[in-house]
Ligand binder design. Structure first.
Ligand SMILES: Nc1ncnc2c1ncn2[C@@H]1O[C@H](COP(=O)(O)OP(=O)(O)OP(=O)(O)O)[C@@H](O)[C@H]1O
Length: 275
């Protein structure tokens, strides 16, 4: 097994398609035979609900429990708290307890490293770990950026020209400089694209032409009510509308992620050979 790749799916703006991307990229990767763990790092528990857990707040074990055990130096048993989804992905769920936990983190020694240390124990079992971040740049998101190898930024096209993206890039750069030098930005994933409107087409074309320093994935996720329906059903778009345009787009994204990783692995190997 190649090394496990940890991707933080993040954007401090809410409702941009982070959770939908975590579910569908996760299941997309699992469909190619990869072992995938999804980590819900948002106290709203949207990822947890999207994978079929109706009442996350009643779960006895969540990401907050696991991270607290790491802080308390407790041993974490194999498979502890992990939910196995029928579509072949595993989930560490989240719920409202993460809110209080995040506030308490402020007083913890090495508080930025708690998620990284938690995932370190699980990495050996997976090819990919995807972290669905909360819509903020708080301590949990910093933990995700410290734990990750790379960052994917789902975004609607119109948001990319705003100050929000600048603030996100600043946080990522700071974490990279101060704590996690290996952190890479995989790129921006355009979500909820309505290609019927000229406005969307114009913004996207100009982004693709000018955004050399920030990669934009070739795959674009179209707007579709079918995508919005999936979270209510606790299924991925592949199970809900497998031949539709959103499933097709997430399949393309999955392939792009795997191709990029392959290229990255080849580059690292040839750099090692030169050294
Ligand atoms: N391609 C799409 N087309 C139409 N609706 C979508 C699409 N992707 C996601 N949605 C819907 O948009 C809403 C926000 O999506 P999602 O929950 O994935 O965003 P998020 O960034 O994770 O939100 P939050 O910041 O609240 O965690 C949801 O109701 C979801 O079902």
């Amino acid at each position: 097994m190649e090394d496990c790749k940890i991707i933080a799916i993040t954007n401090q703006k809410g409702g941009v398609g982070k959770t939908t991307t975590a579910v569908n990229l996760g299941v997309g990767l699992a469909r190619t035979g990869k072992k995938v763990l999804l980590v819900d790092a948002d106290p709203q528990g949207s990822l947890t609900v999207s994978l079929g857990v109706k009442t996350p707040d009643e779960l006895p074990i969540s990401i907050a429990t696991l991270m607290q055990d790491i802080i308390d130096d407790k041993a974490i048993p194999e498979d502890y708290g992990i939910i196995h989804h029928p579509e072949g992905v595993d989930l560490i769920p989240s719920n409202i307890e993460l809110s209080a936990f995040e506030v308490g983190l402020i007083n913890v020694m090495s508080r930025e490293y708690v998620l990284r240390d938690t995932l370190e124990l699980l990495k050996q079992n997976y090819d990919h770990i995807l972290i669905d971040c909360m819509p903020s740049l708080g301590m949990m998101t910093i933990n995700a950026l410290v734990a990750a190898d790379s960052v994917m930024i789902p975004s609607q096209a119109s948001y990319l020209s705003t100050k929000g993206l600048y603030l996100l890039m600043r946080s990522i750069t700071k974490v990279k400089r101060q704590i996690n030098p290996k952190l890479r930005i995989d790129g921006v994933l355009l979500t909820m694209v309505d290609s019927r409107t000229n406005n969307a087409k114009t913004i996207i074309n100009s982004l693709r032409q000018t955004g050399d320093n920030l990669r934009i994935f070739d795959a674009e996720i179209p707007f579709s009510v079918r995508a919005a329906e999936t979270s209510i059903e606790g299924k991925s778009i592949f199970a809900h509308d497998g031949s539709g345009k959103v499933a097709c787009a997430y399949e393309q994204l999955t392939k792009e992620v795997l191709d990029n990783e392959q290229r990255q692995n080849n580059r690292s190997r040839s750099e090692e050979r030169i050294r």
